[in-house]
Design a protein around this ligand. Structure first.
Ligand SMILES: CC(C)(COP(=O)(O)OP(=O)(O)OC[C@H]1O[C@@H](n2cnc3c(N)ncnc32)[C@H](O)[C@@H]1OP(=O)(O)O)[C@@H](O)C(=O)NCCC(=O)NCCS
Length: 176
């Protein structure tokens, strides 16, 4: 794991351009639900939406000592009788993957969920061929709970997705 420090903070309106640029990168699009030509308005809306959605960014210092956004994570809160549940999404800049930044952003989302919001369950959908993301989620205690066949359209093909969940304080599951 690279020891480079990722500075994590709440996303701001000033981050919209950086988030939009990352969302339009081929690697991010491949692993997420982003369409080609994702507009700025997507992140403007999300940042304006207020409570119920916690948006984080991770920054590193570039060669000019300027801070540069290279990672993004979101925690979307369910409501009503699912108010104990949050959905997690994240992506890392295509040029900065495999350097520990996804790990850091996911750790921050889990700390927020567990220790500050008191959530009991985190969940997400992930393409079954996204080995890096599945490895990352497993490492943080997520388990595959099911598989949806042909769930997502990607570049003209249907892709299966896993539903993954992490139940806080869950009793150990008996292997089947
Ligand atoms: C998936 C993604 C978020 C992972 O972030 P990352 O910064 O590249 O990953 P990290 O460097 O933090 O690696 C963390 C862990 O992920 C796992 N991992 C990373 N790359 C892996 C690979 N190629 N194969 C298997 N596991 C891998 C490992 O468990 C790793 O832990 P380690 O330190 O023990 O090796 C990032 O690659 C990404 O944004 N991809 C495109 C968008 C996307 O797929 N988002 C997720 C949607 S569900």
């Amino acid at each position: 794991m690279n020891a480079e420090k990722l500075h994590i903070r709440a996303a701001e309106l000033a981050d919209v351009d950086a988030l939009t640029a990352m969302a339009n990168q081929p690697g991010v699009r491949h692993g997420t639900l982003r369409l080609p030509h994702t507009p700025r308005a997507l992140f403007e809306r999300r940042l304006a939406a207020g409570s119920g959605r916690h948006l984080l960014v991770g920054e590193i210092r570039d060669a000019d000592d300027a801070l540069r956004v290279v990672a993004h994570g979101a925690l979307v809160l369910r409501t009503g009788r699912m108010a104990h549940v949050g959905e997690v999404t994240l992506f890392v800049h295509d040029d900065h993957t495999a350097r520990g930044f996804g790990n850091a952003i996911l750790g921050a989302l889990i700390d927020l969920a567990d220790n500050w919001l008191g959530l009991r369950r985190l969940e997400l959908d992930v393409n079954t061929d996204n080995v890096a993301a599945i490895g990352l989620y497993r490492r943080h205690g997520f388990e595959v709970e099911g598989t949806k066949r042909g769930d997502v359209m990607r570049a003209g093909e249907l892709v299966d997705t896993h539903v993954m969940g992490r139940l806080r304080d869950a009793p150990a599951r008996v292997p089947q």
